[in-house]
Structures are given as C-alpha cells and as structure tokens.
Design a binder for this molecule. Structure first.
Ligand code: DGL
Length: 260
C-alpha cells in the first residue's frame, strides 16, 4: 500500500493496552518536537495469549486507522505484536517507517554480569521465531531462561500496582529464581511499570527493557526519511483506548506520569 508520509504527520504508537506507554515515554524524551498518538487495544488485551494470526489482524486494523488519519511513522510498542506482525506490515506498507520493539537481550548479554539471564515475556513472544533468532545471536555466552508470564500483562491492565495479589503473582512466576540470576530482560512493554515490584521479588538484579533503543531507532528512521518535525514545533501526546470509560483513560494518564 502506497503511503505518502509527511513531516507534519504524527507518530502512531500502539500496544495491546497500557504497556506501550512505557515506550511512549522514551519516545517523547527522545523526540520532544513530534506529535504522538497512542492507541491501547485494552479491549483485546492480552495479545500474548492469543494466536499470531489474531494479533496480526488486530495490529493491521490499528495501522490502517493510523495511516488513514495521517500517521508518518508507526511504533509497535509491543513485543508480542512486533513478533507476530512487524515483518508482514512492513511488506504491506513499503515506504512507511514501522518500528518494533524486541526483548533487550543484546544489552543484557553485553553487561558485565551476564551468566544467567531471565527473559520475562508473553508466551507468544517466547514461542515465535524472532525470539529464538535473538537468543541464538546474542545468547551463546549466557544461560538464557525464558519465563512465559501468563496473566501478568492482564494484571497490570487493572492498575493498583502495589496490591498484594500482584506480588503473589510475581512470586509464583519468578520467585524460584531469586538470588540465582544476574539480570532480567523485561520482554513485554507492560512490565517496566512493575520494575520495583520485580526487584523486590528477585533481589539484586539488573533490569533491561527495549524502550530507549526503540526511541533511538525511531529518531534515526525519521531523520533518514526527512520526516522530523521542525524544532520550533512543540510536540503533543494524545491517548485512545479500545476499552471505553473515564476510569480507563485515568489509568493511561496515571501510568504516563508514574515514577517507575
Ligand atoms: N505489552 C505487550 C508486549 O510487549 C503484550 C502484553 C499482552 O497483551 O499480552 O508483549
């Protein structure tokens, strides 16, 4: 599909729900003169427990809407949707820059302590090829342990991130690794919102996520395409969700402001 991207278009950012807001924050820090429109597909979350064709279909319809509204670039702020859809959507949209996010295994394996690395991600991210290739490429010097965190993204969608049941869920998912891993890759964009809680369960570990790398990659693609906004423009951020309600929007804004 031919798309004419223009510098005064917006950057469309999406995720299955609130998780991509953790990436949006890095994007805004890196690109303060851009306009961002964030779409969270909370009505269809979690993506990570669906099938890859389902996630491709949902991602495609979000990208279609963004393009119809004048997006000049798309950021898939979701590891799961990147694994299931990025390649196909890039082939379908040709010139349109489409940036994805992937588990930050590379920086984790290059860190001084990299013997045993836990990768927390959705079942789909860990199952699909993209992750296996990443682990093959960067994981040869480390023991890489993938932990499918069933239920964690859905729990984060509910907010109230200091509640006991969230700690109990983390304990069930990763408690057995306490004191035995060097670092943890947060391979789902929802998880940075519970960084402190993960550290409380796992102890002294270094955490890695893909947000800053994604923001740098977005800048370089916009630059290469001559699509950066003029520096006199003050960037804007707006939010939309497929799940209706004032409470839902409050959660989106609260997470955007959250100190995590
Ligand atoms: N935030 C998403 C990711 O980065 C997926 C969460 C979900 O909907 O399962 O993988």
């Amino acid at each position: 599909m031919a798309v004419t991207a223009r510098p005064d278009g917006f950057v469309g950012v999406f995720d299955s729900g609130v998780g991509g807001i953790s990436v949006l924050r890095s994007l805004v820090a890196e690109l303060p003169h851009e306009d961002f429109e964030f779409f969270g597909d909370s009505a269809n979350a979690p993506y990570g427990e669906k099938t890859a064709p389902e996630v491709l279909g949902l991602s495609r319809s979000i990208v279609e809407d963004f393009v119809a509204e004048g997006a000049k670039c798309i950021v898939i702020a979701c590891n799961t949707a990147t694994s299931a859809a990025a390649q196909t959507l890039r082939a379908e949209y040709g010139e349109l820059p489409i940036v994805g996010v992937e588990p930050a295994l590379k920086p984790a394996t290059l860190a001084p302590r990299h013997g045993r690395i836990l990768v927390m991600a959705t079942p789909m991210t860990l199952r699909l090829d993209k992750f296996h290739k990443l682990a093959e490429r960067w994981g040869s010097d480390s023991e890489v342990i993938g932990v499918p965190c069933v239920g964690l993204a859905s729990r984060i969608e509910q907010g109230n991130l200091e509640a006991d049941d969230l700690y109990e869920l983390l304990e069930d998912l990763v408690g057995e690794y306490r004191g035995t891993v060097d670092s943890v890759v947060l391979g789902c964009t929802h998880y940075p919102f519970v960084r402190r809680q993960i550290k409380r369960v796992l102890g002294d570990v270094q955490l890695f996520d893909g947000a800053e790398g994604t923001a740098r990659r977005t800048r370089s693609l916009l630059e290469a395409g001559g699509l950066l906004r003029d520096e006199s423009h003050e960037g804007t951020v707006s939010f939309r969700s497929s799940k209706q309600g004032a409470e839902e929007m409050r959660l989106y804004h609260d997470l955007y402001e959250l100190d995590f």
